[in-house]
Design a protein around this ligand. Structure first.
Ligand code: PCA
Length: 263
């Protein structure tokens, strides 16, 4: 059986690489009985469609940014409350505290939660220098969840929700002039071609999560489920390690490409 696994972010991003390694490990350990095939970059379903696709069984497994799912249930937004958990250590605590409720909610929705991995701390990208809140007024702000849209409004900017896969185009065409995201996403999208400033706000560390359609899950025998769970635990650990390890490196890359990286 082939299990297509839609994901929203660039194939070379560490989340996608972690999930692809997970997919390969499951495939290998089940002797190919379940072949999990990762599809990065929104190539199978766009970021905004992945949750629904897995929930309705169009795809048996997928990865999605948790905090973008506020319309499905407000609980998911706890993952990216601005300035609540701003370090890896605090993000881990928030994860441990919220995971049981998230798992229970997903179970109600007909989904099985497998693992979650944080993005590096979120900073502010802007085409022009930002020295005070006034410099955000009238900016076209690329948002990725309800909280970033609200932040934009509070700063006098105009929010538009845009998937990461469309960021380069949005900045190139002037649809967006600023956003809050990690160094990782700026790096993945060669943001320096359009944007000169990144401020290291360390505002929160939102997570991507991997989950399975419950009906598909219940169709697996226990040994196979255990393989998924074991590989999920390994992927989660590897993903957290990689995120933290790369956080500084991404900043250095933005800087090396000529961007002003400032506190
Ligand atoms: N990158 C994702 C979510 C958070 C991040 O760092 C994005 O910008 O869509």
């Amino acid at each position: 059986e082939t299990w297509d696994m839609p994901m929203a972010y660039a194939a070379t991003n560490f989340h996608s690489e972690t999930a692809t390694a997970f997919a390969e490990a499951v495939t290998e350990r089940t002797g190919g009985e379940i072949e999990v095939v990762a599809h990065a970059g929104g190539s199978l379903y766009g970021g905004g469609e992945i949750f629904r696709a897995v929930r309705t069984g169009q795809a048996p497994i997928g990865e999605r940014l948790m905090s973008a799912l506020g319309n499905e249930d407000p609980l998911f937004e706890i993952d990216a409350l601005p300035f609540l958990a701003t370090s890896y250590e605090d993000a881990r605590k928030l994860y441990e505290a919220s995971r049981p409720a998230v798992e229970a909610k997903m179970d109600e929705m007909g989904l099985v939660f497998l693992y979650a991995v944080p993005w590096p701390p979120q900073g502010l990208y802007s085409k022009t220098a930002v020295e005070s809140a006034a410099d955000m007024e009238g900016q076209k702000f690329r948002a990725y969840n309800a909280a970033t849209s609200r932040l934009a409004e509070l700063m006098g900017a105009v929010p538009t929700q845009i998937e990461a896969a469309e960021i380069s185009q949005a900045f190139a065409t002037g649809v967006a002039t600023s956003m809050i995201s990690s160094g990782a996403t700026g790096y993945d999208r060669k943001i320096w071609e359009h944007v000169d400033y990144w401020y290291d706000v360390q505002a929160w560390l939102p997570k991507n999560m991997v989950f399975v359609n419950k009906e598909a899950w219940e169709g697996l025998d226990e040994a196979t489920r255990n393989i998924f769970l074991e590989e999920a635990a390994k992927a989660e650990q590897a993903g957290w390690d990689k995120s933290q390890e790369l956080a500084e490196w991404y900043k250095e890359q933005l800087s090396a490409e000529g961007m002003t990286v400032a506190p």
